[in-house]
Design a binder for this molecule. Structure first.
Ligand code: UDP
Length: 237
């Protein structure tokens, strides 16, 4: 597969065009940012881990009926994906209070919900990714009501599947962020990544953080944590 044009470079990934207009190559970087780009660093091995974990999880999700943009893994850092137009929403599912939820509502981290919560943020760095509800998303023409219903259904199905899978690996899935995109025919599919950059993962026994919070909060052992969750997932699979 030939790399041609660099289409886009984000904080953690580069996206290249290929000779097929419907296919793109995603290349995962070791660069890490937090707090809307204010904190910058690198996490050794992160690109390869996030690539492999995303591909493995998307493969499994496809098997249970959730369509994704993944075509196949190309190399340690790269995956071939279907070209989509990203719907500019961060779709966040939470099982346990943490991060911005705890801060916003004054709830201790670790409070377990009876049912998962689902929220949307408007993916817009200049505005600081503000929280928004589905009527706002429709008013802003970010997605249709029907697309939002599909996204909601997929996001909760992803949670059911991943919560169980991670539990089998001795890991608690606290919360995570998904992004969806539209194929050229309008079909909504899961896109972006599913990795310790985008999920909160806690050790089931000790509640030790095994995700990007180690970087965000300067907890140390960042590389080890990413490696640890990848190893546990590979051992399980
Ligand atoms: N998240 C993400 N990208 C973002 C914001 C959040 O991947 O731009 C993930 C984050 O890693 C966590 C979940 O979404 O797993 C919920 O994040 P939260 O809203 O608590 O925000 P944070 O505390 O990370 O700012």
């Amino acid at each position: 597969m030939e790399h041609t044009n660099l289409l886009y470079e984000g904080k953690a990934k580069k996206v290249y065009e290929t000779d097929d207009p419907q296919q793109l190559i995603v290349s995962y970087k070791d660069d890490a940012t937090a707090f809307n780009g204010l904190k910058k660093g690198t996490i050794g091995g992160k690109g390869a881990i996030n690539n492999h974990m995303t591909n493995l999880l998307m493969d499994r999700l496809e098997q249970v009926g959730i369509p994704t943009h993944l075509i196949r893994e190309l190399s340690s850092r790269e995956a071939l994906v279907k070209r989509v137009t990203i719907i500019p929403l961060e779709v966040i599912v939470r099982n346990i209070a943490a991060g911005s939820f705890s801060k916003r509502y004054g709830v201790d981290e670790g409070v377990v919900f009876d049912q998962p919560t689902l929220e949307f943020s408007y993916k817009n760095d200049a505005l600081g990714d503000p929280l928004l509800n589905s009527s706002h998303a429709v008013a802003l023409k970010l997605a249709t009501t029907q697309e939002l219903e599909t996204i909601r259904r997929y996001a909760l199905a992803v949670n059911d599947f991943l919560k169980k899978l991670w539990a089998e690996c001795g890991v608690i899935l606290v919360d995570f962020k998904l992004e969806f995109g539209r194929l050229s025919n309008g079909t909504v599919v899961l896109a972006d990544e599913i990795s310790p950059d985008t999920c909160r993962l806690w050790d089931a026994k000790t509640h030790e953080k095994l995700d990007k919070d180690r970087f965000r909060r300067d907890l140390g052992g960042v590389e080890d944590a990413y490696q640890q969750v990848m190893t546990r997932l590979l051992r399980h699979s």
